[in-house]
Design a binder for this molecule. Structure first.
Ligand code: VG1
Ligand code: CO
Length: 543
């Protein structure tokens, strides 16, 4: 085997953020850019000779090009086998499952998730470890350190692999198998959920719409929802993955999935509306006339998931990211199980899942998942909702009302200020951090501050410490504001402001969220000087 060494120089800024390296496509198209990063991954993780690597992506522009290069670099670095999804397609949760199922040493997931795609938009590369989960900070740190020193990458001079034909070919002695991206994942879902009960509900008239947003979940949703569960043809809309996602943001929220939202709030709403993001790990859940916040969805699923066959034994624990509302904490308390609070990003759940300390995990950003894989999983969440609704014979709205009547309601919203000047964003956060120790006791309108801090996490399994994970202001009535800067953007900075107010079961359970959070919104603006620093008077996106 002729291994060719290509000389190169380091690029600044190849920092894996919240979920891998994300940059503009034009940045990735520079000579050596993607190759440097992939080689740095292999240099950092040092695969054993003959190891298996899973490769796939969300189908966005550049996916196939980078896959072909990754295959050649893997062959030159001693991998024995690559499993790649047909057409270069693998959703993030399906890739996580394939890594586990095939005892791969890891995987490369090519995606910028909910960021738009196309020649002028975004691309990304994420490395997942042998447990199927995103590389933890120790590994991403080593990868980044390597990108700063790299002086060569290794490749073999072989033609492109035909990614559209299933089967195995040899690439310089390494076996490359093009696999069905959907089948193993769909089979896993059948082991977790009561497909017969869902099929019976469908036969009894239960209807839904699933918006795949022209991203990766189309083929998965068509196979599972239409072929295996019997939903009518056309239940899945925008079901063909497109390189530019049809020009949209494949971000399943009320803004970017507005047609679905409008349908669900109108007279022709089906029983359930759902959507997923670019790489298939997020979920949006809307009942007829009832939007469910991701934080509430986590709590409601946790409270009901024992009806699904895969979770009949009950939950070991619940984990949520720090900015996610505390609704799940109340369910954990009622179940008598632990609730863990982690920094933002799925990589922080891996140890808890591996150690059997948590069964379900969730983030306010529309991510929910369980110990079945090591990623959040959009279709899994939709199927769990379907399973619960089918077995209980209840509507989304009724389930939500029942939940709040028992646990109370955590009114919640996230305000995003996108594309702001990075310097201004950093100054805002630095000033706010300095001010935190002086805030206790201060009043903002009717709210008085009880505590304020910068969130730091000590992993209960490996005791690693992650600091600077968001600034928290907690008020005497239990309300909370969290400020953080996004780690997934590719242009300027995005300030995320998370707002939460708890209303007990005896309180107003069906009020307007914006009205319930008005005092907090005003306080957030004053405390952080949002307009002063950014020039903005309103957020770009509210979720
Ligand atoms: C965002 C979300 C975070 C999520 C991450 C990756 O990160 O807030 O909860 O884990 O995206 O999700 P940030 O740093 O921009 O806030 V995905 O579906 O983009 O892989
Ligand atoms: Co995603």
């Amino acid at each position: 085997i002729m291994i060719r060494t290509v000389p190169t120089q380091p690029f600044e800024g190849q920092v894996p953020g919240t979920s891998g390296l994300r940059k503009k496509v034009r940045v990735f198209q520079q000579a050596n850019y993607a190759e440097n990063f992939i080689q740095s991954v292999f240099d950092a993780v040092r695969p054993e000779a003959g190891a298996t690597l899973v490769i796939g992506g969300d189908g966005r522009f550049l996916n196939r090009t980078v896959i072909q290069q990754a295959i050649r670099i893997a062959a030159a670095n001693g991998y024995g086998r690559v499993l790649v999804g047909r057409g270069g397609i693998l959703s993030t949760p399906a890739a996580s499952h394939l890594i586990r199922l095939n005892r791969a040493s890891g995987g490369l997931i090519l995606s910028a998730s909910h960021n738009p795609g196309g020649p002028d938009e975004d691309f990304g590369i994420k490395y997942n470890i042998a447990n199927g989960g995103p590389a933890p900070e120790g590994v991403t740190g080593a990868i980044h350190a390597r990108t700063l020193e790299i002086d060569r990458w290794l490749t073999v001079d072989t033609p492109d692999v035909d990614l559209d034909t299933p089967g195995t070919v040899a690439v310089a002695g390494m076996a490359v198998t093009v696999v069905d991206p959907v089948a193993d994942y769909a089979d896993l879902m059948e082991t977790l959920f009561d497909f017969a009960a869902i099929r019976a509900a469908v036969a009894g008239g239960f209807t839904m719409r699933f918006d795949a947003m022209s991203a990766v979940t189309g083929p998965y949703a068509i196979e599972i929802l239409e072929n295996r569960l019997g939903f009518a043809r056309g239940t899945v809309v925008n079901g063909v993955p497109l390189e530019d996602f049809g020009g949209h943001h494949p971000d399943p929220n009320m803004i970017h999935a507005k047609p679905l939202f409008d349908l669900m709030m109108g007279p022709d709403a089906p029983d359930l509306g759902a959507a997923s993001d670019g790489d298939g790990d997020r979920n949006l859940i809307i009942g007829r006339g009832r939007f469910v916040t991701p934080s509430d969805s986590l709590a409601m699923l946790a409270a009901n998931m024992h009806v699904a066959p895969g979770y009949r034994a009950g939950l070991k624990g619940i984990a949520r990211s720090m900015p996610t509302s505390a609704a799940a904490d109340r369910v954990a308390a009622a179940l008598g199980i632990a609730c863990y609070e982690t920094p933002t990003g799925w990589k922080f759940f891996g140890n808890l899942l591996d150690a059997g300390m948590a069964t379900i995990c969730g983030e306010e950003s529309a991510g929910t998942g369980s110990d079945h894989v090591r990623e959040k999983d959009g279709l899994w969440a939709v199927l769990l909702w379907l399973n619960i609704l089918a077995v209980r014979g209840i509507s989304v709205d009724a389930l939500a009302r029942e939940h709040w009547a028992r646990f109370g309601r955590n009114y919640y919203a996230r305000h995003d200020y996108e594309g702001i000047d990075s310097g201004a964003a950093n100054t805002l956060m630095a000033e706010l951090k300095d001010k935190l120790p002086t805030l206790a006791g201060a009043s903002f309108g009717p709210l008085s501050v009880q505590a304020a801090d910068s969130f730091s996490y000590t992993d209960p399994v490996d005791h690693s410490v992650s600091s600077n994970q968001g600034l928290r202001v907690i008020f005497a009535d239990g309300s909370r504001i969290v400020f953080r800067l996004s780690g997934t953007g590719t242009q300027g900075a995005t300030l995320r402001v998370y707002l939460e107010r708890y209303e007990p079961a005896s309180g107003a359970l069906d009020a307007e969220t914006s009205a319930m959070l008005a005092d907090l919104i005003a306080a957030a603006g004053t405390i952080a000087g949002i307009t002063r620093h950014t020039g903005r008077t309103a957020p770009d996106v509210i979720t």
